[in-house]
Design a protein around this ligand. Structure first.
Ligand SMILES: *Cc1c(COP(=O)(O)O)cnc(C)c1O
Length: 389
């Protein structure tokens, strides 16, 4: 990774940023802090709020350490740690949108983001219009006088369309709207949110940052102009992440660069192999040269991570069940970004764009297992599918 921030490369930041060993008897890692009350040494300190930590909800060394690594990796002026990725999305939107405002949301967003817009934001008086993920500068035609924010997610959940984020951001900023980006797929290592025009960069740290399928966490990182509103909204809503969860995210982030590289390599090899399979219609992964999003991905991303989509040829449901049920290494379950391979069938919710699939759409997360073992597992799955096809 050539990109530099604070004169050090991201691998180095991942290993070094946010460590406070001297404050913790030399321990390499910041310990888990469990604290509600923080005791003040004297009345003068209490009256002046003159201690580094004030109250558990407002931060402990565990959360500060994590904020510091995120700052080093993302750039940005302010980071808030949230209890989940969805929580981070909600805080990001609520820090820019108020009653009477209009939000432009990408049609390929993470499904619970859509529910948030259609239910709670609607109830609060924020109106959402969905836009085609490939819209680019054409988003101009959807902007209204009260458009406050454009929310991007690239590549899109389940269907992996790459957005022209800089083009969308240029239009949004021209119209005085903020740009919010769910950057969970690429992480700050593979897509520089702020350099491509985002004002708020959201990460479901549950996925690659945690990396071990054992923590729910999120964060939002803001540029200078959005730092204050983000911090205030996070504070006013009382959002808090536990010291234990911050510790796990910190542990995960230290190895993020090596894990991502391996996830990406295995995903690309699996994606290419799947393209050659007779059971597969096509593979949705922007690192593939014939993917419609490949040129944009190549222009804007450093590399690709381990999550991609596969459209199978039309088969009876029984055949799909035989395929899924015979897999031994690919676990069937939601979320992704852990060290283990996963597979799930995908159901799309779209209102502004069409996605045509001849057969079932599935989502694969390439874990850190041996590539040939993973291929053999899928091969056995395809064999089990055959008698039902
Ligand atoms: C999983 C996911 C989220 C939500 O994260 P949680 O921690 O599960 O709330 C948000 N965006 C994307 C793209 C995701 O994949």
């Amino acid at each position: 990774m050539a990109r530099k921030k604070d004169d050090l490369r991201q691998e180095t930041h991942a290993a070094h940023a946010g460590r406070m060993s001297r404050e913790h008897f030399g321990a390499v890692n910041t310990p888990v802090y469990r604290a509600s009350t923080i005791l003040y040494p004297d009345l003068a300190a209490l009256e002046a709020i003159k201690i580094p930590y004030i109250y558990g909800r407002l931060g402990t060394p565990s959360s500060r350490s994590l904020e510091e690594v995120v700052r080093a990796l993302e750039g940005g002026a302010r980071t808030v740690i949230c209890s989940s990725g969805l929580n981070a999305i909600a805080v990001a939107i609520l820090s820019v949108c108020s009653a009477g405002d209009h939000l432009l949301m990408v049609d390929s967003c993470y499904a619970p983001t859509r529910t948030l817009c259609d239910k709670t934001l609607k109830r609060l008086g924020v109106e959402t219009t969905y836009y085609d993920p490939t819209i680019g500068a054409g988003i101009q035609s959807l902007v209204r006088a009260n458009t406050k924010a454009v929310f991007c997610e690239s590549p899109g959940s389940l269907t992996f369309e790459v957005q022209d984020v800089p083009a969308v951001a240029a239009v949004a900023h021209d119209c005085g709207a903020s740009v919010l980006l769910d950057n969970t797929w690429a992480t700050p290592l593979y897509f520089d949110a702020f350099a491509h025009g985002a004002d708020l960069s959201v990460q479901a740290a549950t996925k690659y940052i945690g990396g071990h399928a054992d923590v729910m966490l999120g964060y939002v990182c803001a540029n200078e102009s959005h730092a204050k509103r983000l911090a205030q909204t996070h504070d006013h809503l009382g959002i808090y992440a536990s010291g234990d969860d911050c510790f796990l995210a910190l542990r995960g982030i230290r190895t993020l660069p090596v894990r991502l590289k391996r996830h990406g390599e295995t995903a690309l090899a699996l994606a290419k192999w799947l393209q050659s399979r007779p059971e597969v219609s096509h593979v949705l992964y922007p690192a593939l040269e014939d993917d419609p999003g490949h040129a944009l991905w190549k222009r804007d991303f450093v590399s690709a991570t381990g999550l991609f989509g596969v459209v199978l040829k039309a088969i009876p449901h029984q055949a799909l069940a035989a395929f899924f049920d015979s897999l031994k290494l690919f676990g069937m379950g939601y979320s992704w970004g852990g060290y283990e391979s996963l597979i799930v069938p995908s159901t799309l919710h779209r209102t502004a764009s069409r996605f045509n699939a001849v057969g079932p759409l599935i989502r694969i997360h390439a874990g850190l297992e041996d590539l040939d073992d993973l291929k053999s597992d899928l091969e056995a799955g395809f064999a089990a599918m055959k008698p039902h096809s």
